[in-house]
Design a protein around this ligand. Structure first.
Ligand code: GDP
Length: 202
């Protein structure tokens, strides 16, 4: 499994505006600064494919990329910007959730979780919401190359992953699939592509 072509298709603000070609899609979402743009670029082997700027306001779109002319990788706005006005934060929530609930071609959401820090409430809530709504989700743990640091709670990425999985357990009937990743070492990249290939063949 590898990426030979990756093209930006379009930016949309709701599920109705999204491409109508029926290709299966996989959407990346996570807290701002979780490492989403880095992972997106690591997956497609390109620098700066993610056209979204990190400034709040420019990230408010559902961005479709067509991969190998056969599926879509979708970049969604990050959540949890401390600096964004409250109305904006709520609005992001509204339209990404509308997209999750209505988009028929969405095969799985990839929820990115920073494995270099202990589980955060906002991420646990997000995962819990997806679980309660039975929206298919794969957890991608990011920054797994980072060594443990006292200021980050003093745990290794593996321990943070285990804690996170334990804390979301009750929101899921079946434990969601999860993959440990790093955009620095490209850990997990092949596994993600293989996972996508498997999900597409169901
Ligand atoms: P985004 O806001 O979710 O798109 O996050 P970015 O991709 O811009 O990354 C946020 C910060 O985390 C940047 O300083 C990156 O260099 C760093 N970062 C992202 N991925 C990794 C990773 O896999 N390992 C390490 N050590 N740092 C990372």
């Amino acid at each position: 499994a590898h990426v030979s072509t990756a093209e930006f298709v379009k930016s949309s603000t709701c599920s109705e505006e999204c491409p109508a070609d029926g290709l299966p899609e996989f959407a990346l979402v996570g807290r701002s600064n979780v490492g989403k743009s880095s992972l997106l670029n690591s997956i497609v082997h390109r620098k700066r494919l993610a056209l979204t700027s990190k400034k709040p306001g420019k990230t408010q779109c559902i961005n479709h990329f067509r991969i190998n002319d056969s599926w879509h990788l979708v970049d969604l706005p990050g959540y949890g910007y401390a600096s964004a006005p409250k109305e904006l934060r709520i609005n992001w929530d509204g339209f990404t959730k509308e997209y999750f609930l209505k988009r028929k071609t969405l095969v799985s959401i990839f929820l990115l979780i920073d494995a270099s820090i202990p589980p955060k409430k906002i991420d646990l809530e997000y995962a819990g919401w997806l679980g309660q709504n039975q929206i298919p989700m794969t957890l991608l743990f990011t920054k797994c190359d980072k060594r443990k640091k006292k200021k980050n709670g003093g745990k290794r990425p593996e321990e943070n992953v285990e804690d996170f999985l334990n804390l979301i357990q009750e929101s899921f009937r079946e434990a969601p699939p999860w993959i440990m990743t790093s955009s620095v070492t490209n850990l997990g990249r092949d596994e993600i592509l293989l996972h996508i290939a498997q999900l597409r063949n169901y």
